[in-house]
Write a protein that binds this ligand. Structure first.
Ligand code: DGL
Length: 266
């Protein structure tokens, strides 16, 4: 049994946890979210690296973690090289699924990819390189939004999604020349998949969750079972500041089989 850490700024990593846990249910999962510095999409790059290194170089040895999943595009598109230098275990990053989106478009003779992500992710040179490398022949439009990240968190806390607000955020893409493939380049956004599809019905949604599960399975030298095999121990849940909001978020994690929320201090 491996100790697998899922890390995000907030609850978005749950969309990744669901895929990984479904494929590999027998392991011990840890989920750490950095709500003290949420949202990451608005943090400067230097601060982001410093913060993620500070947290993970402490958390990983303290809990004897075997594999880290950075379930956050905003962090993965910038901190992975520094993190891999400091942690001597596999670090799996989640980055926008531009390549599969381009494959989908080619297969269906379509050509418009929309990247929905945080302001941080859309501004990264790493993201520009991904587009250059895998979708240079396509029309790629990007929309960076923190509002949607917050809406996803509110939905998990039991609030109804305001569809008028959502339509307003997606206004640049509504209408005939909207994207054919919509890359959910923030792990919070698969949590709003239904609502996004309602607003942009022509777009095929593409995220990185399943690919991450396959990558983790290959690192564990284990087939991704999807068989609902024996479940491992309850997941352990940590935030960086025990706020009233975090206690509400705790409910959503409890529904996924996590233990009670604890505060992690580095
Ligand atoms: N869930 C994160 C991502 O995938 C970021 C959300 C935030 O801005 O904190 O990018």
């Amino acid at each position: 049994m491996a100790n697998i850490l899922i890390f995000d700024s907030g609850m978005g990593g749950l969309s990744v946890y669901r895929e990984v846990h479904r494929a590999l249910p027998t392991h011990q999962y840890f989920y750490l979210f950095d709500n003290a510095c949420f949202p990451y999409g608005e943090l400067g790059e230097a601060r982001l690296v410093e913060r993620v290194l500070e947290l993970l170089t402490t958390f990983v040895p303290r809990h004897d973690i075997d594999i880290v999943i950075i379930a956050c595009n905003t962090a993965s598109t910038h901190v992975l090289p520094a993190l891999r230098e400091r942690l001597h275990i596999p670090v799996v990053g989640v980055v926008p699924a531009i390549k599969p989106a381009a494959e989908y478009c080619r297969l269906h003779e379509l050509n418009h990819i929309g990247l929905l992500a945080t302001p941080g992710t859309v501004s990264r040179s790493y993201t520009a390189e991904l587009v250059q490398r895998f979708a240079a022949d396509m029309q790629v439009s990007m929309l960076g939004t923190t509002e949607l990240v917050k809406m996803a968190e509110s939905k998990l806390a039991g609030q109804a999604v305001d569809m008028t607000r959502l339509s307003r955020i997606l206004a640049p893409w509504r209408g005939e020349d909207g994207p054919d493939a919509l890359v959910l380049g923030c792990t919070h956004f698969p949590l709003l998949a239904e609502e996004l599809s309602q607003c942009l019905p022509q777009a095929q949604l593409v995220d990185s969750g399943e690919a991450i599960a396959r990558r983790v399975a290959s690192l564990l030298l284990q087939p991704a079972s999807d068989a609902g095999g024996e479940r491992g121990p309850a997941g352990r849940l940590y935030c960086t500041r025990l706020t009233a909001k975090a206690r509400i978020q705790d409910e959503a994690f409890a529904a996924e089989g996590f233990c009670r929320l604890e505060e992690f201090t580095s």
